[in-house]
Write a protein that binds this ligand. Structure first.
Ligand code: NAP
Length: 510
């Protein structure tokens, strides 16, 4: 039994949900969305650890077509962002298209029919002319390869899979990691636990967080004046965009200025010179994601907190042994160790033309054209694909650029009949990636002297866009069909033409 649909979208985070909404807006209603969980929201559904919030101002970190005057703060907490995404799903009527509890395990391109055949964990099979993956780079938690991790007898939890039922009160808790998640969870739990030990391998550059509260009066004023919302959104956009000048090597002086600011903040917050030295990074600002927090340094200086810098040797039944041979005993270990992003591949088996496996195509690191199309994978589009991530501005801006590109591609494909198949030309993809690598080599992400999750183990940056976001927007405004092979299916193998069927009722949990 197959379920046929014109477009199949995987995921309901900002990318997948945004794609569904844009299709609805354009009257393209013959699509189905597969979501592995029971609710929309992607990373903003899954990350609910104490203290979680966005570190990009919410008036910008939201869809341009659905601005929200009701953000309670400049940097909204996770709950509000999650609620916002649920609201978008309801308002734009995409829920009937979503099949929840439908984890994709396999997607194979059927060359004869010119269709993707997508199988879920429950064994249901979908056939779609176009496959769009919005499965996200930050969806699969990463656990470090520390020997003995499975031996630990206490509680282990990853920030992206928090267990709110575990009582933290009075517990000896280790937190591993000092990235964007750790910097939020440490202040989020320090007052609840008995003792908190933060295991730091690399210190982060931290700036103050101007987390302005938006009271009811201000929210009402924004609701009444959409122009004011747009002005704030634009102001934030250009402020953040200006940071690319420093990061991409155009104005290195900007970074030096930011570093001075961060050092000053550290000096104000941490008086103990020994602790301050431990918290001072030895790489350039921006090489790893810049962090913002007003409570991180304060949390580390609480009487029940300590910073451990001697490196982890192994995990035992009782706790963590550091390189100096000391065993630190814990009741719980929190892994704030990020996501499998750079090595990322489809989190399921994905086979294109001639059975080509995406993992195999990407064995030397993920590559795509405009982060969206991959040679060998016809009628397949990636959202938040390789080198579309950002170190300086809102991902939602990049996502909306991609949505426009894919939407235009879909329209062009439709205009050429249901028997057409598009695939990016391999030489176009290669040239695009050569240029990208050349530009990347001049950025702080390559020259800043750090190791980051933006890179693969071999050092290739497969995650970040190495330029200005407005440039990416301009490049994705129109689908450049001339850079794609357009093929027609053999007449005999064509699937029967049929009018766009109306969507059926949503499937119950499958
Ligand atoms: P991350 O930035 O990858 O940080 C992982 C941390 O774990 C690093 O500090 C890393 O140390 C540490 N680590 C890994 N293996 C270790 C080991 N064996 N021993 C000791 N430490 C180890 O992950 P994240 O903090 O979850 O953030 C990932 C991304 O998610 C962010 O960059 C951001 O894009 C997104 N995020 C966004 C927000 C937001 O507010 N918008 C919040 C959270 C996350 P090293 O630095 O030495 O490698």
């Amino acid at each position: 039994m197959y379920t046929d649909t014109e477009v199949l979208i995987i995921g309901t985070g900002f990318a997948g949900l945004g794609m569904s909404i844009r299709l609805m807006q354009e009257g393209l209603t013959n699509f189905t969305v597969l979501e592995q969980a029971g609710e929309v929201g992607g990373t903003w559904r899954d990350n609910h650890y104490p203290g979680v919030a966005c570190d990009v101002p919410s008036h910008l970190y939201s869809y341009s077509f659905e601005q929200n005057p009701r953000w309670s703060r400049l940097f909204a907490p996770q709950r509000e962002i999650f609620d916002y995404l649920k609201h978008c799903a309801d308002k734009y009527g995409v829920r009937p298209h979503i099949h929840f509890h439908s984890e994709v395990v396999k997607a194979v391109f059927d060359e004869r029919r010119g269709q993707w055949e997508v199988t879920t964990q429950a064994g249901k099979v979908y056939r779609a002319r176009v496959l769009i993956s919005g499965s996200g780079g930050l969806s699969r938690p990463s656990f470090p390869e520390i020997p003995g991790r499975e031996r630990f007898a206490g509680k282990t939890v990853h920030t992206a899979r928090w267990d709110h039922d575990y009582p933290l009160a009075g517990k000896r808790v280790a937190v591993i990691g000092t990235g964007a998640s750790a910097i939020q969870v440490v202040p989020g739990i320090v007052d609840k636990v008995g003792h908190l030990s933060l295991f730091q391998r690399t210190p982060a550059w931290v700036l103050p967080k101007p987390n302005i509260r938006m009271d009811d009066k201000q929210q009402k004023r924004l609701a009444k004046n959409p122009w004011l919302q747009r002005a704030i959104r634009n102001g934030i956009y250009w402020f953040l965009e200006s940071r690319a000048l420093g990061f991409t090597g155009h104005m290195p002086g900007m970074q030096a200025k930011t570093e001075v600011q961060a050092r000053k903040f550290l000096a104000q917050q941490v008086k103990d010179p020994v602790l301050r030295a431990k918290l001072t990074p030895n790489y350039k600002v921006g090489c790893k994601r810049m962090l913002i927090s007003n409570s991180y340094y304060a949390a580390l200086q609480k009487p029940n907190a300590s910073l451990v810098t001697s490196g982890i040797r192994e995990i035992t039944e009782r706790g963590i042994v550091t390189q100096d041979g000391v065993e630190h005993e814990f009741d719980a270990i929190v892994f704030a160790t990020g996501f499998q992003a750079a090595e990322a591949v489809a989190p399921f088996e994905l086979r294109g033309r001639n059975g080509l496996d995406l993992n195999e195509a990407w064995r030397d690191g993920a590559e795509a054209y405009k982060g969206t199309a991959v040679a060998g994978f016809p009628n397949f589009f990636l959202l938040v694909g390789p080198n579309t991530g950002l170190g300086h501005n809102s991902m939602v801006f990049m996502i909306e650029s991609q949505l426009q590109y894919v939407l235009d591609g879909l329209k062009q494909l439709r205009a050429r009949g249901s028997d057409s198949v598009v695939e990016v030309k391999p030489d176009v993809q290669q040239k695009y990636n050569r240029d990208l690598a050349e530009r990347m080599s001049k950025t702080v992400w390559a020259t800043g002297g750090c190791v980051s999750w933006y890179q693969t183990k071999s050092g290739k940056n497969t995650t970040l866009w190495p330029g200005f976001t407005f440039e990416y927007r301009l490049r994705t405004r129109k689908f450049d069909l001339e850079n794609y092979e357009l093929r027609k299916l053999e007449p005999r193998s064509r699937p029967r033409e049929k009018a766009q069927p109306e969507l059926q009722a949503p499937h119950p949990a499958e």
